[in-house]
Design a protein around this ligand. Structure first.
Ligand code: PLP
Length: 353
């Protein structure tokens, strides 16, 4: 079964990814508004200026903002800006930077090595990071220069404010720069009920890649430098990497609509609520185990291959998460509560067979 039935009508049975969802009305409306007549190109337009201003207001600080097409570009270009080619980047072994970006960080940094650390439920273990930094200090080892963390994590968990402060203190004490892959940053803000600054610059984050796509935009992520010195010549880096959009207003405008009326947080909170509902319902079914705490918009479920096959034959879409033996169920701004109920009922029925 595909993403649409034969009539082209989209099927509802979607827990594959938050990027299967469409464009939310607020982002769409901003695109429409930006589409009235001429505007200067390459970011020299009122929408881009306004979107940057809105992001500065959101973070309550004078940050430098750049808009790029996707998360891979945002992460790899940001990390390249933090490191020289002989440095290394430390991240969790399940980090998107490592597992899903085709070596882009190494490529755009001219070879900065990515070093992996383990950690429970997708969060880095600081003692493992410390070991990675300290095990070698000689000239033959790629010098650790950046720590990259993901908020919310690839396993659907969220670093608390205290955990982030500990990470920020740690990176400061070792002279590391702190990068945050925030492709689902909004979900973590909604989950923790904090202000964006508390889990970004106030905790020591130097650069945040703030996701728009998975939270209801067509395309686009904002690279937000809280440490402005690190943003020097980042515009050239974007241009060289093919990330300087000539009609920049269409990448920037959706941020205005999303931020102005709170859709960015509403969308994320809705996705989180659906995931919570899914986790609560599934958690009560015998034979179903939740593999990680559900703290954002993703639920990881251990289920038998027969059950997974049964669900798929009823039309449900979801992924087996890379090599983990778990099904990953992901909710988005577009997930319907009644679909969550239908899914839970299907699991109950199939689990009894
Ligand atoms: C989706 C995602 C990204 C961005 O991926 P792109 O496909 O390059 O836009 C980055 N980090 C995480 C954790 C993601 O899930």
């Amino acid at each position: 079964m595909d993403n649409a039935d034969q009539t082209g009508k989209p099927t509802r049975f979607q827990f594959a990814s938050d990027n299967y969802a469409g464009i939310c009305p607020e982002a769409w409306q901003s695109l429409d508004e930006a589409n009235r007549g001429y505007a200067s190109s390459y970011g020299d337009d009122p929408w881009t200026a306004r979107a940057c201003e809105k992001l500065r207001e959101l973070f309550e600080t004078d940050c430098e903002v750049f808009f790029v097409f996707n998360g891979t570009a945002a992460n790899s270009l940001a990390l390249a800006a933090l490191c020289k080619s002989y440095h290394s980047i430390i991240c969790h072994e399940t980090a998107h930077v490592e597992t899903d970006e085709c070596g882009a960080s190494e490529f755009f940094s001219n070879g900065t090595k990515v070093l992996l650390v383990p950690g429970k439920d997708g969060k880095i273990d600081l003692s493992a990071v410390e070991h990675t930094i300290k095990r070698r200090t000689d000239i033959h080892y790629p010098k650790p220069r950046a720590l990259s963390i993901t908020q919310s994590t690839e396993l659907g968990t969220v670093y608390s404010v205290a955990e982030l402060q500990a990470i920020g203190n740690f990176t400061k004490s070792y002279g590391l720069r702190l990068h945050m892959d925030g492709s689902r940053f909004a979900n973590s803000v909604a989950s923790l009920g904090v202000t964006p600054k508390e889990i970004s610059w106030q905790a020591g984050v130097d650069v945040l890649c703030f996701g728009g796509t998975k939270n209801g935009m067509a395309v686009g992520e904002a690279v937000v430098f809280f440490n402005r010195d690190l943003a020097e010549e980042f515009d050239y880096r974007c241009k060289q990497a093919g990330q300087l959009v000539s009609k920049m207003r269409f990448l920037a405008a959706p941020w205005i609509g999303m931020l102005e009326n709170g859709a960015w947080l509403r969308n994320a909170a809705h996705a989180n609520t659906c995931a919570r509902q899914l986790a609560d319902g599934l958690g009560k079914i015998p034979g179903i185990t939740l593999a990680h705490p559900c703290q954002a918009n993703t639920v990881f479920v251990q289920m038998s291959p027969a059950l997974a096959t049964g669900l798929r034959s009823r039309g449900w879409h979801f992924y087996d998460f890379i090599g983990s033996g778990c099904a990953r169920l992901m909710c988005s701004w577009e997930t319907q509560s009644k679909d969550v109920e239908t899914f839970i009922n299907d699991v109950m029925e199939l689990a009894q067979q």
